[in-house]
Design a protein around this ligand. Sequence first.
Ligand code: NI
Length: 258
Amino acid sequence: MTFVDTHSHLYRESYPDNLEEVVQRAVAAGVDKMILGCVNQDTPAQIQEAVALFPQNMYALVGLHPEDTKEDWEAQLESLKNHLDDKQVVGIGEIGLDYYWDRTYEEQQKEVFFRQLCWARDLGLPLSLHIRSAYPDAIAILKQFRPGELSGVMHCFSGGTQEAEWAVNHNFAIGVGGTVTFKNSKVQDIVAHVGLENIVLETDAPYLAPVPHRGKPNESAYIPFIAQKVADIFQVSLQTVADVTTENAYRIFTKLTR
Ligand code: NI
């Protein structure tokens, strides 16, 4: 049984003491492909180190995170642009809008989001979207593109049923992580609503560990806990969840190698 962790941050900065062990535990748990999210111009060097250590297992995203969008956003984008051809790059992310903590750079966030969507369109790369407390604005920007020009994953999905429907009708899968295992999580209803064929698994490690590790550092090795919750929702086997979500991940991230 194998899994793809479609969004994690498995690099030295997150695991200064035990990166190698964390990745080895993931592979031992069947999570043999991990896609590493990029947040700012300092991330590609971190990702390249991880890719060099585990070239069979690690894949990269390139992007400026909405929370890292500040005064220097233009320089950040210029720097990140140079990494679009880096080894193992399979998509653009994590990009989007986040109004949850701070709306100071709301206009810059929108501009940065739009420009990076243009990268994805021009290069034919899928997206890993980070959207929090900003679904209406994010969807308005996505709507500026023609149908079929964009595709990818709504990472750590936290929207409602309508937004989930919009996503799956516009080539976006729903990224399901540790929050689905939390008691009374509304993500469970979203998962049931969109169906297994529209779901990919992710950890966002080291953040958002699933039950029974909630509150502790997350690892890609915990993907099976998330998968088991999804299996319970659909009343199917863990094997079925592994098979379908892995195929979904390969369908979206076409540069991922088997
Ligand atoms: Ni992330």
